[in-house]
Design a protein around this ligand. Structure first.
Ligand code: C2E
Ligand code: CA
Ligand code: CA
Length: 687
């Protein structure tokens, strides 16, 4: 049995706690303490020794230690404070030597076990409160709990630290009630669209006396003294209230992640607390994300698992904070279900090749487990670029912004709606997670909003392919994808319209500037008229006409792409029909009469709507054509004309003339694009 708190401890025959304190108090009150010290002993890992070898063996250890203390410090002022804690008061001069010798004897006796004796030392001098002295000596002893040291004096540093602990614990209530506790928000940026996609709520204590206290100072204290839950609930309420106010006032809102502590899961029904708060403020559960550090889940895994499941069932995302900082990250991943992992900052602190390899493999592992990744502590452009290219989906750090008060966050983004992810698009952009970025093949991600194609991301290989085509101007994407004069833009749109949001990769081929491009496109997600598309398998064919096989290939592609195709021999301006259009029978007959000679004015009269004829004649002027083709960096020209179709009406057709590289030939083609005209002239105005 444990010793009673009064009288003599039956195991060690030393004084019990109460008895010791009363003797010690008399000693202090008598003013005899000058030159004396109080030693507070504690045995690390004693509990496990007890479990392993049984209670009896444990009692033996206690008796052995009591004997050591008695031997070095005979006299009345020693005691056992319950468990494996002992105290003794002495005026021996070589305190360090004495403590070390006790520790040495003990540690030698139990060298085969993991037990270790530790001591805290307090100089008594002017002190007069017995219980307080024991607390302070214990504090010194606890301070070396996880170090290799055997003893520590209670000194200035510990004194300052303990005053802070006392201050925080005493003023916690006041801080909450008097508004000293503030919530700051740190932006989280989604790499693929470079927009603000959420914020993290980080608490600040702005003290009227001590100024700003960082959570690193007060959170561990509140956790140790079981006060953290009140703070976390306060933050929860504040965050929900702020979200509601912003929604009511029509200000931008993005989801907010809050940090929960282990105690929140045992000291209250945290799931119900969150639910109540979310309901009270009529919020969507998607607006609140829950962060749990990997270290908190190990103590009571079963309970935590249930609570986490409740959150996820209800529709909250749970993010694993500080992934990689502990010893058991992978175990935790295996045991618990998370939606996202936040890579610990330490990976970026030593940002060398090794760290990069680790980060890349964590990201690819996360993708395989369908977890999103967020990297914390991003401080440089270089780190950001690396993370983006590795497929890390979100980033957070001083490079973007430190945690800031809500007014500041609002000011940062108020007039920049394009830098904020639109509400409801979180799932849409998250689908990028399915794409592997770590590849030596070209890949890119596009957002097609039904009108414009936005290149969100392209890796280096992808850019290299386009560069081979001589396309490296800044605005090349827009020229290629979003200009009505670009043949590719029309073809790409047609092809994209056919994609389904099932993620199936669809092979496509395009003709561009006389070269052919094959690629695979897949639609990752669809939302409010937007389609998110990933491109891979990008391949460029630049073939010479002399090679029959390639010629066949090219014509095969041309046949598939165009309504009609002709070959123009530029040296004598004569025409060769490759694929006659549906309406071309009569025109071809006419042309035959024209000895296949290119006669733009005549052709215009036959099949171009009156208003467009002059422009068409300009476009087809053989002299101009040769000139353009000869000196042009551009070996392709395109233009839209209202053109006669099979049913006798005029429709918008795109006419394209492309030089065949290395020859005196050009391919002339046209296709009906009336169904796509809307995208280029949405307001009905034509050029
Ligand atoms: P955490 O959740 O890992 O939060 C990230 C910490 O890193 C924050 O420190 C943030 O200010 C800091 N940080 C952000 N970007 C950078 C960067 O680029 N470089 C560096 N060196 N640091 C960066 P903070 O705000 O001092 O918070 C410290 C810890 O306190 C948090 O770590 C979290 O564990 C805890 N904490 C904060 N607020 C709360 C809360 O409301 N409840 C609970 N239970 N814990 C909280
Ligand atoms: Ca956090
Ligand atoms: Ca963290």
């Amino acid at each position: 049995m444990e010793s009673r708190d009064c009288g003599i401890d039956p195991i060690t025959r030393m004084q019990g706690k109460e008895s010791f304190l009363s003797c010690f108090q008399q000693f202090l009150s008598a003013g005899k303490a000058k030159g004396y010290v109080l030693l507070y002993f504690n045995i690390r890992s004693f509990r496990y020794y007890n479990i392993l070898y049984g209670r009896k063996a444990g009692d033996e250890v206690l008796r052995y230690l009591a004997g050591l203390i008695r031997k070095t410090n005979p006299g009345d002022l020693s005691g056992r404070f319950g468990g494996d804690n002992f105290v003794t008061v002495t005026d021996r001069q070589d305190i360090a030597g004495m403590v070390q010798s006790v520790c040495f004897d003990f540690n030698t006796q139990y060298a085969a076990s993991t037990m270790m004796l530790k001591a805290g030392v307090l100089r008594l001098d002017e002190r007069n409160d017995a219980a307080n002295c024991c607390e302070l000596a214990k504090l010194a002893c606890d301070a070396i709990r996880d170090t290799a040291d055997n003893y520590r004096f209670y000194d200035q540093d510990l004194s300052r630290a303990s005053r802070k602990v006392a201050y925080i614990l005493q003023n916690m209530n006041r801080a909450l009630h008097e508004g000293w506790i503030h919530v700051y928000y740190q932006p989280v940026i989604r790499t693929v669209n470079n927009t603000l996609c959420s914020t993290e709520a980080l608490v600040r204590w702005i003290d009227p006396e001590h100024g700003m206290l960082s959570p690193g100072e007060f959170i561990p204290i509140l956790e140790e003294h079981q006060q953290i839950t009140r703070l976390d609930l306060h933050v929860l309420e504040e965050v929900c209230q702020t979200l509601r106010t912003r929604l009511d006032q029509g200000q931008f809102t993005v989801p907010v992640s809050i940090n929960l502590s282990r105690l929140d899961f045992t000291s209250c029904d945290i799931f119900q607390e969150v639910e109540d708060c979310v309901k009270k403020y009529h919020l969507d559960r998607q607006l609140l994300k829950i962060e749990i550090t990997e270290s908190i889940v190990m103590r009571d895994p079963q309970l935590l698992k249930q609570k986490m499941a409740a959150f996820r069932r209800a529709g909250y995302e749970i993010w694993m904070d500080d992934f990689g900082s502990g010893y058991s990250s992978l175990n935790v991943l295996q045991t618990f279900e998370f939606d996202e992992i936040k890579l610990d900052m330490m990976f970026l602190h030593h940002f060398d090749e090794k760290a990069k390899r680790i980060i890349r493999s964590i990201i690819s592992m996360a993708k395989q487990m369908q977890l999103e990744t967020l990297a914390e502590g991003v401080e440089t452009e270089e780190q950001y670029a690396f993370l983006r290219d590795s497929g890390c989906e979100k980033v957070q750090g001083y490079y973007f912004s430190p945690p800031v008060p809500p007014e500041k966050l609002d000011a940062m983004y108020r007039n920049k709606p394009e830098e904020i992810e639109p509400a409801g698009f979180s799932q849409y952009y998250s689908s990028v997670g399915r794409v592997s970025f770590i590849t030596d093949q070209p890949m890119s991600i596009l957002d097609y909003d039904g009108k414009k194609i936005h290149l969100l991301y392209a890796n280096r290989k992808h850019a290299e392919v386009w560069n081979q085509l001589g396309i490296n101007r800044d605005n090349w994407q827009d020229e290629l994808f979003n200009s009505c004069d670009s043949y590719l833009s029309l073809e790409v749109r047609r092809a994209f319209e056919k994609l389904e949001p099932d993620g199936e990769a669809v092979p496509m081929e395009f003709n561009i500037y006389g070269s052919f491009i094959s690629l695979r496109a897949r639609m990752l997600a669809k939302q409010q008229g937007h389609a998110l598309i990933s491109i891979d398998g990008l391949n460029l064919y630049r073939r010479e006409m002399s090679d029959t096989e390639n010629r066949d290939y090219i014509f095969h592609v041309l046949f598939a792409l165009y309504d009609e195709v002709y070959l123009i021999h530029l040296n004598d301006c004569h025409f060769e029909v490759i694929k006659a259009g549906a309406n071309q029978a009569s025109i071809s007959r006419e042309w035959r009469r024209q000895s296949w000679q290119l006669n733009p004015a005549y052709a215009a009269e036959l099949y171009i709507q009156k208003e467009d004829r002059a422009a068409y004649v300009d476009f087809m002027n053989p002299q101009m054509l040769k000139e353009k083709m000869k000196n042009g960096d551009l070996n392709s020209i395109t233009r839209m004309f209202r053109t006669l179709t099979a049913d006798g009406t005029y429709a918008w057709c795109l006419h394209t003339i492309q030089l065949v590289p290395g020859t005196d030939l050009a391919v002339y083609s046209s296709q009906d694009v009336s169904e796509l005209k809307e995208q280029f002239f949405p307001d009905g105005k034509e050029r």
